[in-house]
Design a protein around this ligand. Structure first.
Ligand SMILES: [Zn+2]
Length: 328
């Protein structure tokens, strides 16, 4: 049996809607007033959105549920599902620790609590019965003020080991602030963290050339081959891998059809830029959305050929930030 690696998966978007619904029932959550039955919740939770902003709003609900005390519930289910139903040997899970702190606390107390959040996640990522290796990528967010993002980076540096990388997520706003992020990524790298950034997902505005020297991978970046293919040479030179998440683009309204990724794959192949196929937010996609399912969809839409599959799967292990074991 082949085992796979997923390098781009959000803790907030990785949980199956059935698991979230059961959690809401168990806690008699007020959201159930809107969704008395599972079907209504499922349709709302997995519906395609018109924009990334709209998509991120639903994400916020799950982030709030994943508080310190409830994290073990979600993490166990996430690991066992990925191992059992997707044959994952290795996964990089990303999240923003600040959004999981207690919202009733003052900002400085929330900043303090972030360390506990990372510890709680680290302690629960190795369920005995499901031998999957999971490493963490900590996310900054463009919507948060500078002091909180700096504190997030601090927590990531202090948790090096279980945490292997730094990312920036959230809506693609304020492209003019790129220097702030470039500096934080440079700092992260100097302390041994690897780096990836959500860039070029919805357009090209947020992609600045200055990011390239401080990034190991780019989350999505599909608008580079689509709009600025002349930059691919630089990505190839720096061995920057693109994390491409096919179904996501339909869910966030970025692409109408997965077949549009053909240009992305062809141009990257010609320029020598590696692509890792990932799932992003599989719990938010109509079921079943798994990593093997994403491979199949790409073949089905003539984006890749079956004979390329093995090499593409290998690429995920090669571009991983924290894979040190032997492939099974
Ligand atoms: Zn993402």
């Amino acid at each position: 049996m082949a085992l796979y690696a997923d390098l781009h998966r959000h803790l907030g978007g990785a949980i199956h809607p059935r698991i979230i619904y059961k959690f809401l029932q168990r806690h008699e959550h007020s959201v159930l007033n809107y969704f008395p039955d599972y079907e209504g919740f499922y349709n709302w939770f997995t519906r395609p959105c018109r924009t990334l902003e709209e998509f991120v709003k639903i994400h916020t609900l799950v982030e709030e549920l994943q508080s310190l005390e409830h994290l073990p519930y979600f993490i166990l289910r996430l690991c066992r599902g990925a191992y059992t139903f997707e044959n994952l040997q290795y996964m990089e899970l990303r999240y923003n620790p600040y959004f999981r702190t207690d919202h009733r606390l003052a900002v400085n107390q929330r900043i303090e609590q972030m360390e506990k959040i990372v510890e709680m996640i680290s302690a629960n990522l190795r369920p005995a019965d499901y031998p999957i290796t999971v490493k963490q990528i900590i996310c900054l967010d463009r919507r948060l003020p500078k002091n909180i993002n700096e504190a997030i980076l601090r927590v990531a540096r202090e948790s090096l080991g279980p945490v292997v990388g730094l990312d920036i997520a959230g809506p693609e706003i304020d492209p003019e602030n790129y220097q702030t992020w470039v500096k934080l990524f440079a700092k992260a790298r100097s302390s041994g963290l690897k780096t990836t950034a959500h860039l070029g997902e919805t357009g090209i505005d947020n992609v600045h050339y200055d990011y390239f020297p401080v990034l190991d991978r780019i989350g999505h970046g599909i608008h580079i081959p689509l709009i600025k293919p002349e930059w691919l040479k630089e990505l190839a030179k720096r061995q920057i891998t693109l994390e491409v998440c096919p179904t996501s683009y339909r869910q966030t309204g970025v692409l109408k059809d997965i077949g549009e990724l053909r240009t992305v794959f062809t141009r990257c192949r010609e320029a020598g830029v590696a692509i890792a196929i990932c799932t992003d937010n599989p719990g938010r996609n109509p079921a079943p959305c798994t990593l093997p399912g994403e491979y199949e969809r790409l073949i089905d839409h003539d984006v890749i050929d079956f004979h390329e599959l093995k090499e593409i799967q290998n690429e995920s292990f090669r571009s991983a930030f924290g894979f040190a074991g032997t492939r099974l």
